[in-house]
Design a protein around this ligand. Sequence first.
Ligand SMILES: [Zn+2]
Length: 264
Amino acid sequence: MAEILTTQAELDEVFARLEKDYGALNNRQQAYAIDEIGRVRSEVTELLAEYADGEGVVQRQQMNRILSDLDVVESNLRQTGELTFEHIVKETSEYTTARLAPVIGVSASAVMGVNQHVLQYVTRRFGEDGLVLSDRVWGLSGEIRDELSTVIRSSIIKGEGINAMIPKIRKVYDNETWKIRRLARTESVTAHRAAISYNAQESEVVEWLQFHHGVKRTDACVNLANHDKYGKGKGVYKTTDTEIWMPHPNCTSYATYILDERWL
Ligand SMILES: [Zn+2]
């Protein structure tokens, strides 16, 4: 095994920097998801332009064809959404692992397995809503499509031109961005915490995790932080305890490593 030079104080310092940098990464990921999924706006605009007459107006006779063409838009949304969130989960896992694995002696060969475990866990876990990640992406895509249908239908009935419709389409999308942002945050944070634990499982110097409640001090995570589950102290958990990975939506809690006493 590689020689571990880390002390508890150094390790705490690694986590303090990691949590700060990770916060910035997650902000970038939220913006990325909004941009990627936002490309649907130009797709819808192009679709309308194809059906518009010389005056930029879509005739009622075209309505059914346009609305059924939204099937393609919805399917592209799903595909883009699934790829985007999978990318975010992988990026978070690799980022977290790259920072932690070297300081706790996780071998390069174990790192690939850690990142695979994280991706599997995050994409297959059932959330409080009883859904897995791809279900949530399908739900989101369907909601955007339904809103687009409503807006386009009423505009065509009123005889509005494309120029009047474009800002309404933009608004549909803007109304949904908070859901994209929430999804990007939740999935990434779960991947981050899962990566912290999976790396610890591969390490010989970390046996326990110290859980820290989030800044908002929500009951769910404050209770976890105060709970002495193993008689090892408040907020001390095993590396296999998944209840600390996503205590509640939008939770900012996190865990740090407790170095095994034999290594101190
Ligand atoms: Zn919390």
